[in-house]
Design a protein around this ligand. Structure first.
Ligand code: NAP
Length: 298
């Protein structure tokens, strides 16, 4: 990874798993890293751990709860007050296969956290990203999707799973939404001539806290036998965030068996993820639901 000095990076969900490793490694390379986390205490613990492992690391904590649009707006305003430019936004935080519940704004929890919260955050940070991009290399927005996007479907007739809900169906929908969002953001940024690059990544199967919805014992065996460590799972994120050969719309995942493990490479998406009409419709629905409208004028 090239030196990151002089760059401001925001990583959501940076207190755990892939986000923690990505934040630490960006900080080790000299970026000023904002840990955007829902529990300030867990954020401070992560910041202390990063400072210990990477002496001199510049890290700061930003409270952000993606299940509350009010919190997303507060976080964006607090960030703008501290940093006029943001060079990298990593939309990493997520929940997986949880029982049905809703966010403070009434969204199904997985779509609300994984997609809508990040959709709102990115839109609110757009001026800071564009300001950074105007100074040099295009700013980057990297969204963490999943192999689960492959079985996802955007159910416009029941987006919030009110009539029919399955834990994995809702997760797949939210992770497909991450990719549709990335490709639509890239198209819109290009059309507006903005200095912004949108890319996506997925970690394969990595041992993190993501499986906590299943209790403590169930995932521990497969995690130990099959999953790669979090530091390997973070490599696609770091590649998408920093590698010079990444282009808008690229998707990066592990290069090993079934993209479950290994070193990162550019990987493919399903045709559903590249459906520009679904992406446009999801974008409009997301603007309506969140009330965040992107300021694309260049
Ligand atoms: N691990 C895998 O095998 C795998 C596979 C495919 C995709 N992914 C994706 O990778 C990303 C990172 O997951 P991980 O595996 O590193 O899991 P993790 O260790 O559970 O980390 C998830 C992070 O998201 C945060 N988060 C959850 N809800 C939030 C909210 N409402 N507001 C703000 N932050 C919130 C968590 O905060 P708390 O600690 O406070 O809960 C935690 O920091 C996710 O997008 C996930 O879908 C992971």
């Amino acid at each position: 990874m090239a030196a990151q000095a002089g760059r401001v990076a925001v990583v959501t969900g940076a207190n755990s798993g892939i986000g923690l490793v990505a934040a630490r490694e960006l900080a080790r390379k000299g970026a000023r890293v904002v840990l955007a986390v829902r529990a300030a205490a867990r954020g401070e613990e992560a910041a202390a751990a990063i400072r210990q492992e990477a002496p001199g690391a510049q890290v700061e904590v930003l409270p952000l709860d993606l299940t509350r649009l009010a919190s997303v707006r507060e976080a964006a305003a607090a960030l703008a007050a501290r940093h006029p430019r943001v060079h990298l936004l990593v939309n990493n935080a997520g929940v997986m296969a949880v029982p049905r519940s809703t966010t403070a704004d009434g969204f199904e929890l997985q779509l609300g956290t994984n997609h809508l919260g990040h959709f709102a955050l990115t839109g609110l940070l757009l001026p800071l990203l564009v300001a950074a991009g105007r100074d040099g290399a295009p700013a980057r927005v990297v969204s963490v999707s999943s192999n689960a996007h492959k079985f996802g479907r955007i159910r416009f007739d029941d987006l919030m799973g009110e009539r029919r809900y399955t834990r994995w169906g809702a997760y797949g929908q939210s992770k497909l939404a991450n990719l549709l969002f990335t490709l639509e953001l890239e198209r819109r940024a290009r059309a507006a001539g903005l200095p912004l690059l949108a890319a996506a990544c997925h970690p394969g199967y990595a041992a993190t806290n993501l499986t906590r919805a299943f209790g403590t014992w169930l995932p521990s065996l497969p995690n130990r036998l099959l999953a790669q460590p979090a530091h390997m799972g973070a490599l696609p994120t770091l590649y998408a965030a920093t590698a010079p050969d990444v282009q808008g719309g690229d998707y990066v995942g592990p290069g090993g068996f079934l993209e479950q493990r290994g070193y990162p490479k550019k990987v493919g998406t399903t045709a559903a993820a590249r459906d520009a009409e679904v992406a446009r419709r999801l974008w409009e629905v997301s603007e309506d639901l969140t009330g965040v409208r992107y300021a694309f004028a260049s």
